[in-house]
Design a protein around this ligand. Structure first.
Ligand SMILES: C[S@@+](CC[C@H](N)C(=O)[O-])C[C@H]1O[C@@H](n2cnc3c(N)ncnc32)[C@H](O)[C@@H]1O
Length: 316
């Protein structure tokens, strides 16, 4: 078994906001290496854990074996949450946790193709048995389509030149690995821009390709659409995001459920505002919880982590 392949982020904040208890049923949408699930199981809850990565499921099965009788591991994208719960005969759950994105272990395996640190296949699939690898996506995309992916999912200012460089790279002789792709991206940036960046100049482009290959934002949207129905009264939803595209979706959905999105139209002059239905949810975190300086020092992945949590109100 790999030694500490992934250190869970914001573990204390997750414990606190989840306040899981014996007899409760929780869903961990992103089981990974089981760090967060372990905390829920230690609190006495039953856990249904999703992961689309077979290696993560195998590790978590082993690590969480002392709690096996209260753990169900599901090999599926979490966007199928309502269908899977119906298949398991579970009507509503007391909590849902999602710790989005990829694990440190996935990033560190050159053969998975997420990282430019060592040469590997340009793959980036969380489930290497499903969907198309990033290289296939690049091969079938026009320069304009590539630029759109890099601009939208990588929030990259130089998406145009980078997309042109990637097309030239894929049409060239190769080798077509993560290392040469990262070089092509770096070379597409103006020299001063590449030197100025605190992170590797290919980081945002790799993020964009990974999000597109795994349809990460589509999966999050589906999860958010399902949560209000899936949670029992009193149930909590906790989502940890790692970049602004994810966080924006979570923030807006939670605000809407808590009755805070937008403003109701002003009543006609002189009339009191119409009575509004009480919001179905209340905030557990008023502001997102972030890592302490000590946690970020020990686990750099915590630097961009934001935890937001809401609770479904019990009927009055
Ligand atoms: C950040 S890691 C989770 C780490 C975990 N919380 C822990 O403590 O070890 C994210 C995991 O979720 C999985 N994942 C991401 N998106 C998914 C999705 N849409 N459906 C199922 N699994 C997903 C990834 O394969 C990865 O193993």
């Amino acid at each position: 078994m790999v030694e500490r392949p992934h250190v869970p982020v914001l573990l204390d904040a997750v414990r606190e906001c989840a306040s899981a208890a014996a007899g409760e049923v929780w869903v961990d949408c992103t089981l990974g290496f089981g760090g967060h699930s372990e905390a829920l199981l230690q609190a006495g809850a039953r856990v249904i854990g999703f992961d689309r990565d077979a290696a993560a499921r195998a590790y978590a099965t082993d690590r969480l074996s002392p709690h096996a009788e209260r753990l169900t591991i599901v090999a599926s994208d979490f966007r199928r949450l309502p269908t899977v719960l119906a298949e398991l005969g579970v009507e509503r759950v007391d909590g849902v946790l999602a710790d989005l994105g990829v694990s440190s272990w996935q990033l560190d395996q050159p053969e998975r193709g997420f990282s430019f640190k060592a040469p590997g296949p340009v793959d980036m699939r969380m489930d290497p048995a499903a969907g198309e690898p990033a290289l296939a996506l690049i091969e079938r995309s026009s320069t304009a389509e590539l630029a759109d992916v890099i601009r939208r999912y990588g929030e990259e200012r130089f998406a145009g030149p980078i997309a042109r460089a990637i097309r030239a790279w894929v049409e060239g002789a190769g080798p077509h690995d993560t290392h040469t792709l990262a070089q092509a991206v770096r070379d597409a940036l103006p020299k001063r821009e590449a030197a100025k960046r605190k992170i590797h100049p290919a980081t945002q482009t790799f993020q964009a390709l990974r999000i597109a290959v795994n349809d990460e934002l589509g999966a999050l949207e589906d999860l958010l659409a399902a949560l209000p129905e899936v949670l029992a009264p009193g149930g909590r939803a906790l989502i940890i995001s790692f970049h602004s595209l994810e966080d924006r979706l979570v923030k807006h959905a939670f605000a809407e459920w808590c009755g805070k999105a937008g403003h109701a139209p002003a009543p006609p002059r002189g009339l009191p505002p119409p009575p509004s239905a009480p919001a179905a949810f209340e905030a557990v975190t008023r502001k997102p919880r972030v890592g302490s300086a000590a946690e970020i020092e020990a686990n750099p992945r915590a630097r961009s982590a934001k935890l937001r949590a809401v609770r479904k109100r019990r009927a009055a």
